[in-house]
Ligand binder design. Structure first.
Ligand SMILES: Nc1nc2c(ncn2[C@@H]2O[C@H](COP(=O)(O)OP(=O)(O)OP(=O)(O)O)[C@@H](O)[C@H]2O)c(=O)[nH]1
Length: 775
């Protein structure tokens, strides 16, 4: 196989095994040691062809060098010769064009012995007509008599040609001005007359002379000294030499607009307020410098930044304008925090209350699997059989689904509520539903199976205690699902910390409840899951049919299914061990929804408390905006409560914060133990795809931020976690194979709230490339 075919049929795994970050051919003859027969033959013929073309004077070129060049240029004789000539030819010779193409000559058609520099642009274009204009026909450049210019693109250094009349007028005007201003010329004098505030500093005057008003920008250096009123006073004398006189007759008065813009008190020109008052302005316009203080934008920005930082560090002495901004900022802050009534805190001992409540074990599970495996139907059936959804609703869904020609989706509609989801027959976003058994209050997180919606699936998985993996047992579907999202989902949930997985081998009605099919699927899936890091004791397999309700809440009555005597899906769910709650850890809740515009509660959020507890009246901090707010009210399952603890899904009504500071994916914490915003993370991830330093999207629950894998710090042993490649003082890891465990350094485009032991997923180009733990 030729080298080119080799590239096409590259076996990535083998290549990666051999990869050492260096060159891909060895020292003795351009990889000759690795050449197959075809390549060897090409190399032999190429060497002969090159030798034929090379002139006799180039005997110093060795076969090895020729072969290296041939290898480099993929056996292109022309390029090889061109390269060798350029390398070995003395520079002073004349170049002559000759078509050597076809004979394996230089691509430029230049013969070796005459070539001074085969790639010299000068030589190459030497015989071109435009460089060979005879001396007698060559033009002489005569510069224009007057500088070009004028309205259409005149340069700043030359004035446009004036008519005689204009020149006369200009010279008269100049004379008159020189008399009045004691010799000032150009634009300075008229501008000086417009600058009636004579107390400007020299710099300010310079600025005004260019026609730009002085305005303090918000992003200017805060330590830059702003002229204080005292300084302005002291600079007054300096500018007193500017005459404040009636403008000469040939000069226009400054307009009212100019007066306002440049605050130009003119003796001859009345103050604007003396002749008009703007209807919307109760106070007439005064003639102070409109740019002396901060602009309204600056005031608002200053107020916001002050509120955002929540502190007023000591800086350079403040100008009056800045003090005014501060006052407004204080006002804004006071308004922000005080305008909404706060719920009174009952100062409860929440953990004691939780113990007293003897609340049922609460568990969230995510339903995963390839698209159309029957996830929504299965969960719809479960909710229907447990009477969480009533018969009327199901009948309505049936009718509506029939109208759309999708009658088989009626049960799936219990979860797929969106109109697009129903029209397309696919789940798009996580659907949350609840049901209870005697022991446990469950929350179902029905994840989309379609690969386009993996980020939503990740968001669901990040809140789950365990997973239900649904597999379509029908002929061909299991196999295609395995290549599709079945494995990807399973790997994702494992890397997100889910340790227990119940596999529902679904649609067994389509294969006549074949026990062999069940066993075949069970064997394959359990071997895959154990390699993915699930312990065998945390795996369970249920043969079922979501559509017919077999082995979901009741045992199957199908005679063909009598071989199965194990638990139903709900029984298996109930077997789950109570999940340990991080009750005593600092409060952490990732916002999964934001609700705006309620009359009583204009801003509410919901999410699962990952750690800690909270109660009405508590102060909260939202990251990354670093905004403080208060809990105005709490709800669990649409019922008002006084407190909530880790593991519970809660709705929080907020006060004292504007909605722009609260977004899905933000983290709610306590101001006393805040989560930090970080711009760089180190994480231990399992590679799903080939990893190199590359751009990635970092996802944690609903939080998503662009970033870059800066460094593949080291490859780790999967069982011991020991570094097996890379690391300090060792050769850098440049590429990581799928399936390898690797420590990576990732930089983020902006600061986001991430901390250990959080779990992250890295995606690139719509694919999940890695997932793992923050370190
Ligand atoms: N025969 C049979 N068909 C089923 C069964 N469960 C689901 N289906 C059908 O499979 C199709 C897909 O079902 P869904 O529940 O929408 O599948 P899904 O996995 O939720 O799909 P996504 O959420 O879009 O990934 C529908 O037509 C269902 O009626 C089953 O047990 N037996």
């Amino acid at each position: 196989m030729s080298r080119h075919k080799l590239v096409k049929n590259l076996d990535l795994d083998d290549e990666l095994d051999d990869y050492d970050g260096g060159e891909d051919y060895d020292d003795d003859g351009a990889g000759a040691g690795e050449l197959n027969e075809e390549d060897q033959e090409q190399m032999r013929l190429g060497t002969i062809a090159v030798r034929e073309v090379l002139p006799a004077a180039t005997t110093q070129i060795t076969d090895k060098e020729i072969q290296e060049s041939l290898w480099h240029y993929y056996y292109d004789v022309e390029k090889t010769v061109a390269y060798l000539l350029s390398k070995h030819t003395p520079k002073q010779k004349v170049v002559k064009k000759e078509n050597l193409k076809g004979k394996g000559g230089n691509v430029l058609g230049i013969r070796k012995e005459e070539c001074s520099d085969p790639f010299s642009v000068k030589d190459f274009f030497k015989d071109m007509p435009w460089l060979h204009t005879p001396q007698d026909r060559q033009a002489t450049f005569i510069p224009p008599l007057y500088p070009r210019g004028g309205l259409l693109g005149g340069s700043s250094d030359g004035a446009p040609k004036m008519s005689k009349l204009a020149a006369l007028a200009a010279s008269r005007k100049k004379k008159a001005q020189e008399q009045k201003t004691g010799g000032r010329t150009g634009v300075e004098a008229p501008m000086a007359k417009l600058t009636l505030e004579s107390s400007k500093s020299t710099d300010q005057k310079a600025s005004l002379s260019r026609g730009f008003p002085q305005r303090k920008r918000k992003d200017s250096n805060p330590h830059e000294k702003t002229p204080t009123p005292v300084e302005r006073e002291s600079s007054k004398d300096e500018s007193q030499d500017i005459p404040m006189e009636t403008p000469p007759l040939d000069q226009a008065e400054p307009s009212a607009f100019a007066n306002i813009m440049f605050s130009t008190p003119s003796k001859a020109f009345p103050k604007p307020d003396s002749f008009f008052t703007l209807p919307y302005n109760a106070k007439p316009i005064t003639n102070t410098d409109p740019f002396a203080g901060p602009s309204p934008d600056d005031v608002v920005m200053a107020a916001q930044s002050k509120v955002a930082s929540g502190k007023g560090g000591k800086g350079p002495p403040k100008t009056n304008g800045e003090k005014r901004a501060d006052q407004i900022a204080n006002g804004v802050e006071a308004m922000k925090m005080d305008d909404t009534p706060r719920a009174k805190s009952k100062n409860l001992d929440v953990l004691a209350e939780f113990d007293k409540s003897k609340a049922k074990n609460a568990a969230n599970f995510v339903v995963i699997g390839h698209v159309d495996a029957g996830k929504s139907t299965l969960m719809g059936r479960l909710l229907y059989d447990l009477r969480v959804v009533d018969q009327r609703t199901i009948d309505r869904y049936k009718k509506e689904a029939e109208k759309m020609g999708k009658s088989s989706f009626a049960l799936a509609w219990v979860l797929d509520q969106g109109s697009e989801e129903r029209a397309r027959g696919v789940t798009i976003d996580i659907a949350t539903n609840k049901f209870e058994t005697d022991k446990t209050a469950f929350t179902i997180l029905d994840a989309p199976g379609h690969r386009d919606f993996i980020p939503n699936m990740i968001a669901g998985a990040s809140q789950a205690d365990f997973a239900v993996l649904v597999i379509d047992a029908s002929t061909g579907s299991f196999e295609s699902g395995l290549k599709g999202q079945t494995k990807e989902h399973a790997l994702l949930v494992r890397s997100m910390g889910v340790a227990r997985i119940i596999t529902a081998i679904n649609k067994l009605d389509t294969v006549s409840w074949s026990q062999d099919r069940f066993t075949e699927i069970k064997t394959q899936i359990s071997s895959f899951l154990t390699t993915a890091g699930f312990l065998a004791k945390n795996l369970a397999f249920i043969p079922c049919s979501g559509l017919n309700g077999d082995n979901i809440t009741r045992r199957s009555t199908e005679p063909a299914a009598s071989w199965y005597t194990g638990p139903t899906l709900v029984e298996e769910l109930d077997n789950s061990e109570p999940v340990n709650r991080a009750l005593t850890k600092p409060l952490r809740l990732t916002i999964s929804d934001v609700f705006r515009g309620g009359i009583q509660n204009p801003l509410s959020i919901s999410g699962r408390i990952e750690a800690g507890s909270l109660q009405n009246g508590d102060a909260l901090l939202i990251q990354p905006s670093s905004q403080k707010c208060f809990i105005k009210g709490l709800e669990i399952d649409n019922e008002a409560v006084d407190w909530a603890v880790a593991g519970q899904n809660v709705t929080i009504h907020l006060s004292g914060i504007e909605e722009q500071y609260v977004k899905v994916g933000d983290v709610v914490c306590s101001p006393s133990s805040p989560i930090q915003n970080v711009k760089e993370i180190m994480c231990k991830v399992l590679a799903f795809e080939v990893l190199v330093p590359m751009s990635v999207e970092v996802i944690r629950g609903r939080l998503s931020v662009p970033g870059k894998i800066e460094e593949l710090v080291g490859v780790l042993d999967k069982s011991s976690g020991a570094v097996i490649a890379g690391g300090k003082g060792k050769k850098k890891v440049r590429v990581v194979k799928p399936g390898q465990l690797v420590r990576v350094k990732v930089t983020l485009e902006r600061g986001v709230p991430l901390e250990t032991p959080g779990r992250v997923v890295l995606r690139s180009g719509g694919e999940t490339v890695a997932a793992g733990l923050l370190e």
